[in-house]
Design a protein around this ligand. Structure first.
Ligand code: NAD
Length: 487
């Protein structure tokens, strides 16, 4: 692993140079499994953002005019390098985020798929023509990049979420400024180093580390016409409203509270396997995590027994250790907040079937909390309404699929929902009536791949065009219409 840019005091990456931020303020970046400090991240300022915008604007002049196949070739090379460094990148993800090495490897794969999609830029950027809209008159649509794009990302996918943004934005001719999560800033620097090695010209990809001040500077800077954001609901709403009020194009992907409905005819063992993985994988810190199980009818009893048994069998520990499934949550404060939510659930009258606070992992070293299950949860409880973003699963019991869908639709969020059944009729009813953008049938995490849009609804998304797929191409480009008479 390269040490200069991923250790100690992290630097910003501006115009192809690793430079110190113009700040004295640094935050420590601990390994959540051990508490050991991995690095210090600068809380950069408006001046740093301004430097990045100058570099990215200058680079845009030539990058946007670089032939699309030439740009794509750099993406192909980048893909090769990411594949070569797969395990190294995964290890870095586990170190700074805590998720298991296996899951980190999966995340790297998801990031690489985004680069592969972006490398199709020559096809993705094609326009449309109609040779005869009137006598001797033709019309054509041509696609162009927008300029300098800003990207603001969360801690839970340090590779995949930035890769939803910058490879495609850059492939279609924009230049980019990434502000990674200050909780997981290391991986981003490595991604920049490898992109440079792939031949990316200076100033096309830039990184400014920091927190709120960098975000506000990006939101207000006149040199940044478009912003991609992924993070929690309140911040997404703020970013969307502030960015658009400054005349920018904004897509803001937000929080979630995802429901899995289990029907009496479901293949129970496979449903349990999927739900446990979706609820407790990445310590529940996934926007597509399963947070609520709705047990329909008589399935409740055997389902709950099996869920508890499976949760009891999960191995908890440092994600770099062989066989570990459940790693720590991201910070000590997050562990404490999760413990408070468990208390709230008890006070609200839910039945605590499995208490993650009692697991042996609850020591001072590392920010661990064991798998937790609440039964008899109702929609007036905070543990049902709010995103806990931790290994806490709520079970609600209903009698029919119709009730299950109505209940899911009461949620303010609409990111993901799953149905476990063997009935085509139930699947059709689910698909047609649920107010959620990403659906799964007989699987736990229905996250679309890079070539489809990541389609959250309701308070899980602010904007018009989602990330990835054809929406991503539309978001990162603008069109010109040419109408011409040649008689
Ligand atoms: P977060 O909202 O705390 O932080 C996200 C980004 O916003 C970070 O870069 C952070 O520095 C910045 N930020 C935080 N507070 C800010 C403020 N007050 N003003 C301006 N900027 C601010 O989110 P997080 O805890 O890093 O990530 C977890 C959240 O992200 C969860 O809610 C999860 O559901 C969501 N998420 C959503 C998706 C999706 O596709 N919908 C994907 C991944 C994560």
């Amino acid at each position: 692993m390269t040490t200069t840019t991923t250790k100690n005091k992290l630097k910003n990456y501006i115009n192809g140079q690793w430079i110190n931020a113009k700040t004295e303020e640094y935050h420590q970046v601990p390994n959540p499994a051990t508490g050991e400090v991995l690095a210090e991240v600068p809380l950069s300022t408006l001046a740093d953002v301004d430097d990045a915008v100058k570099a990215a604007s200058a680079a845009y002049k030539t990058w946007s005019k670089t032939a699309v196949p030439r740009r794509a070739r750099i993406l192909f090379k980048y893909q090769q390098l990411l594949v070569e460094h797969w395990d190294e990148l995964a290890r870095l993800i586990t170190l700074e985020n805590g998720k298991s090495f296996n899951e980190a490897r999966g995340e790297v794969q998801r990031g690489i798929e985004c680069v592969e999609f972006a490398a199709g830029a020559p096809s993705l950027m094609m326009g449309k023509q109609l040779p005869d809209i009137a006598t001797d008159i033709e019309s054509g649509m041509y696609r162009y990049p927008i300029g300098v794009v800003g990207g603001i990302t969360p801690f839970n996918f340090p590779m995949m979420v930035p890769c939803w943004m910058f490879p495609l934005a850059i492939a279609v001719g924009n230049t980019f400024i990434l502000k990674p999560s200050e909780k997981t800033p290391l991986l981003a620097n490595r991604l920049a180093e490898l992109f440079e090695e792939a031949g990316l010209p200076k100033g096309v990809f830039n990184i400014v580390h920091g927190g709120r001040e960098v975000v506000n500077s990006v939101l207000e800077h006149k040199g940044i016409p478009a912003i991609s954001f992924v993070g929690s609901q309140p911040v997404a709403e703020y970013v969307y409203k502030t960015g658009t009020s400054h005349g920018k194009r904004v897509q803001a992907l937000a929080g979630a509270k995802n429901h899995s409905i289990v029907m009496p005819d479901a293949e129970l063992d496979s449903a349990v396997k999927e739900i446990v993985s979706a609820a407790y994988g990445s310590a529940g810190e996934r926007c597509m995590a399963c947070a609520v199980v709705i047990a329909v009818g008589e399935v409740a009893k055997p389902l709950i027994e099996k869920l508890k048994e499976a949760a009891d069998g999960l191995s908890i520990g440092n994600g770099l250790d062989e066989g570990v499934f459940l790693g720590p949550v991201i910070r000590k404060e997050h562990k404490e907040k999760t413990a408070q939510y468990i208390e709230v659930g008890q006070q609200e009258g839910a039945v605590l079937l499995r208490d993650g606070r009692e697991d042996a992992c609850m020591t001072d070293a590392g920010y661990f909390i064991g798998p937790t299950i609440f039964d008899n949860v109702t929609t007036d409880m905070r543990i049902w309404k709010e995103e806990i973003f931790a290994p806490v699963l709520s079970i609600v019991r209903v009698d029919t699929l119709e009730e299950a869908i109505e209940l899911t639709n009461e949620s303010d969020f609409g990111n993901g929902a799953c149905l476990f059944t063997e009935s085509g009729r139930s699947v059709r009813y689910f698909r047609e009536n649920i107010e959620v953008g990403m659906l799964g049938v007989n699987l736990g995490v229905p996250a679309p791949m890079a070539f489809f849009p990541f389609s959250g609804w309701k308070n899980s998304f602010y904007g018009d065009l989602h990330a990835n797929g054809s929406d991503g191409v539309e978001f990162y480009t603008r069109r010109k219409m040419l109408t011409a008479r040649w008689s």
